[in-house]
Design a binder for this molecule. Structure first.
Ligand code: ADP
Ligand code: MG
Length: 531
């Protein structure tokens, strides 16, 4: 039935701050436990970005206190020794959603320009308390202090207080404090695990946490830092129409050939010429004169062309095999560990590197399936394991090929670093299954798994020898006595000779009996043999 009455619809605009305030779950702020964890995680990530990306050995202090226990209010304080934030930028970086120094082609933990703001929005919505910031850039004569909130309707900072002090001791870094509704007692385990894993992938960091009922201190294991990533240019395969338009606007007078060599990663004159010939485009055409259709066509062709050089990996900062092994040894205390850093690869023009390690035995508890430690740009991923491509690959592997029989004390560690990690959501907890990344993860795990197989094989052989040795030794005494009886020679001498013979036969160096006992597994088997 048609009605002649007009329908009144109200249209309105929503600021990004307001939108994210309403959709906090997207950034992992689903409940007080998760919020507690997410708060620490976002601030620690910022601290690590502000230190190691600039060649500073990170020192991070975290303090958690009950602010109002009856209401479940907790204060979280995080301090670092990083590069600090300039006075004029402090209100913006904490008060505007989508304001960041990390919208660059370079490996960072932060990607969206969102993390700190989400926490502030959460604090505002739950306790209505502002954020407290203290910061001093390197070499600054002053320390700046701000108390801020976000005007969600305008996506603007509200400066409640501002102070400055003389920086007598030339301190540099940033400290932040928020008061949130958080469930510390429930989040404790996760936070501990998160910090442990952070430390595992960044053993050059020093992290201290003080909480009402927990004190954690992760001392620096090494002073070696991976080289900081450089800042890069977009790869021609990763472009879209908007990006091309932005770049054209920078300098419309360039010719197509100049445009390609100037703004893209790895495009020299020859490559540019080859591409333009292939795409049937005029190298001398002024980019400012391109029509909309031509821009679209250029973009499509750039994505299709297969003659580009591979994206450079200079914008990445993998941990490296040596450091990875150091971190894993320190945290997991395994009996065996092997690691590999694969060669750079790329997907849709974004460079990435996969690193994998396997840790086996020692303090790793046996479990029915491999324990997986996932990392993306050095950030440990704790939630949403089920939707992560790393878990998927680990599940696809037939571990029996590598002599692993479950339950087994097996941990698989995978680190993906990229200028663009394809996260499944804004909470940054799972990596999507991009085919190229999936393949590299598979190859990396296989490579270290082969080393594990070698190790297990070697150990099995050793054990076999021990068993033989133990079995022969067991009867040596009896045989010696019998021979002494028959030959009339001293039993002790015969036993010694027999022992020498066994050692020669079994092919192992003489070992004191005590050492043989230490080998638990061979002892057990030896006992079985006796029965
Ligand atoms: P993102 O980390 O994704 O950029 P955030 O909202 O977490 O987004 O942070 C915004 C910006 O604030 C960062 O890009 C960085 O420039 C600055 N910042 C935040 N925390 C720190 C810190 N501890 N030290 C230095 N700069 C920081
Ligand atoms: Mg951040």
């Amino acid at each position: 039935m048609k009605s002649s009455k007009s329908i009144e619809i109200k249209y309105e605009e929503l600021s990004p701050a307001e939108w994210f305030r309403r959709n906090k779950e997207l950034a992992g702020l689903t409940n007080p436990t998760r919020a507690m964890y997410q708060t620490i995680r976002e601030f620690v990530e910022n601290s690590l970005d502000a230190t190691e990306s600039y060649g500073i050995l990170p020192s991070i202090k975290i303090k958690i206190d009950y602010y109002d226990k009856s209401r479940g209010w907790v204060s979280v304080y995080v301090e670092d020794n990083g590069i600090g934030i300039p006075d004029s930028e402090i209100p913006n970086v904490f008060g505007r959603v989508f304001y960041s120094s990390k919208y660059r082609i370079r490996q960072h933990r932060g990607v969206f320009g969102l993390g700190a703001k989400m926490i502030i929005l959460y604090a505002q919505s739950t306790t209505n308390k502002p954020i407290y910031v203290r910061s001093a850039p390197i070499g600054s004569d002053k320390i700046y202090e701000y108390v801020l909130m976000i005007n969600t309707l305008k996506n603007e900072p509200i400066i409640l207080e501002r102070r400055e002090y003389e920086n007598k001791y030339k301190w540099h870094g940033t400290a932040v404090k928020v008061i949130i509704e958080g469930d510390w007692s429930r989040a404790k385990k996760r936070v501990e695990e998160y910090l442990k894993r952070t430390y595992m992938i960044a053993p050059y960091a020093e992290i201290i946490l003080k909480a009402p009922d927990l004190f954690l201190c992760f001392p620096r294991v090494t002073t070696k830092l991976p080289p900081p990533p450089k800042e890069g240019l977009p790869h021609p395969k990763s472009v879209d129409v908007e990006l091309i338009k932005h770049l054209i606007a920078k300098n419309p007078n360039l010719t197509l050939k100049e445009f390609l060599t100037e703004y893209f990663d790895g495009v020299g004159k020859q490559t540019a010429e080859a591409f333009l010939k292939w795409a049937k485009l005029d190298p001398n055409r002024r980019v400012g004169d391109l029509t909309e259709d031509e821009i679209t066509e250029l973009t499509t062709k750039m994505r299709e062309f297969n003659g580009w050089r591979r994206p450079k990996a200079d914008w990445l900062s993998p941990v490296g095999e040596e450091l990875l092994i150091e971190g894993i040894k320190k945290v997991l205390e395994p009996e065996f560990v092997a690691a590999v850093t694969r060669k750079p690869s790329s997907y849709m023009g974004h460079p990435f590197i996969v690193e994998a390690a396997i840790a086996w035995g020692g303090k790793i508890p046996p479990s029915e399936r491999p324990i997986v430690y996932r990392f993306a740009n050095k950030v440990p991923l704790l939630y949403d394991e089920g939707s992560d491509v790393i878990r998927k690959v680990v599940e696809e592997i037939d571990w029996s090929v590598y002599k692993v029989k479950f339950p087994a004390p097996l941990a698989v560690i995978v680190h993906v670093c990229s200028t663009k990690i394809p996260y499944v959501s804004a909470g940054k907890e799972a990596i999507a299954d991009v085919v190229e990344i999936e393949e590299e993860i598979m190859l990396a795990i296989r490579e270290v798994a082969r080393k594990l197989r070698q190790y297990i094989t070697k150990k099995e052989k050793e054990e076999e020898i021990y068993i033989k040795y133990a079995t022969f030794s067991m009867y040596a005494g009896e045989v010696a006595n019998a021979l002494a009886y028959v030959t009339g020679k001293p039993a002790e001498e015969i036993r010694r000779k027999l022992q020498e013979l066994i050692i020669k036969k079994v092919g192992m160096p003489p070992i004191p009996e005590k050492t043989a006992e230490v080998k638990e597994s061979s002892k057990e088997v030896a006992v079985e043999v006796k029965k």
